[in-house]
Design a protein around this ligand. Structure first.
Ligand code: KIV
Length: 283
């Protein structure tokens, strides 16, 4: 199934020189057909272009940029202007994937007017396709207002990193009955409000399966098991650029930190030993 889908994308590119853009409608069809959705984060033009060429369905300009790009210990410090900068860089590198942008902490929780203004700025100034925000009933009015302005919204439940100071820990969420029921209720509420998709982070696989089975919209998991409609990972984690973060749900596809360090070590040595540049590398 995956290979067939990728072959279709490549045929599309070869025939027309362009590709069919992934829209919220396409994602809905993928859910109906049982085609899994692949989503990754990106924060810059070059990486976004590579992910798009590889055939990724959704690129999330995550507020994890706060950690992996800016070196903060949480997602809280990143600003709206910084998210717009990352998002507009990503958009310039993408022709097929749907680009979703995280609304940063403090730009939508206060009141719906501020939320709407923030979402409009993201869409207008970055050219992205949709926004994502964390929470259920607490933010439902903001979600509804953003949707009524015609902006597609992706929800995010379970471990919501912007609330890390409330949780106090990054352990698995919704393991008890009360939190699990609230998550199920919130997922229904977000779907009913009109969200086009939902991210579930670090929850028991059985709960992820239950939510995805009952939802008509695609449910994308990160540490929510294999029975949801798609998966998302933070790019720097799956490429092994970050090394200190190793939750069970993370599969590393590369050890890029070692590759980069070895390449830089070779470069330093070549410069110091007068091996670079050689005769052919100069004018
Ligand atoms: O910011 C982010 O990278 C995210 C993913 C973990 C889903 O929200």
């Amino acid at each position: 199934m995956i290979n067939t889908e990728l072959q279709e994308i490549k045929r599309d590119m070869a025939k027309t020189g362009s590709v069919t853009k992934v829209t919220t409608h396409v994602l809905q069809e993928m859910k109906l057909k049982g085609v899994k959705i692949a989503m990754l984060t990106a924060y810059d033009f070059s990486m976004a272009r590579l992910l798009d060429r590889a055939g990724i369905d959704i690129i999330l300009v995550g507020d994890s940029a706060s950690n992996v790009m800016a070196g903060h210990t949480s997602t809280l410090p990143i600003t709206l202007d910084q998210m717009i900068y990352h998002a507009s860089s990503v958009v310039r590198g993408v022709s097929r994937a749907l680009v979703v942008v995280d609304m940063p902490f403090g730009t939508y929780q206060g009141n719906w007017k501020e939320a709407l203004q923030s979402a409009i700025r993201i869409m207008k100034e970055s050219g992205a396709d949709a926004v994502k925000l964390e929470g259920g009933i607490e933010v439902i009015e903001s979600v509804e207002r953003i949707l009524s302005a015609g902006i597609p919204v992706m929800g995010h439940l379970g471990l919501t990193p912007q609330s890390i100071h409330k949780f106090g820990t990054y352990v698995v969420r919704a393991t008890d009955e009360i939190e699990a029921r609230k998550l199920v209720d919130d997922s229904r509420l977000l779907e009913k409000a009109g969200c086009f998709s939902l991210v579930l982070e670090k929850i028991p696989a059985k709960l992820g399966e239950e939510v995805a089975r009952n939802a008509k919209i695609p449910v994308i998991g990160i540490g929510a098991g294999g029975h949801v409609d798609g998966q998302v990972l933070v790019l720097h984690d799956m490429l092994g650029i970050t090394t200190e973060f190793s939750p069970r749900f993370l599969r590393r596809y590369l050890n890029l930190s070692d590759e980069i360090i070895h390449s830089v070590e070779r470069y330093i040595s070549d410069v110091k030993l007068l091996d670079f540049p050689n005769e052919r590398e100069q004018y």
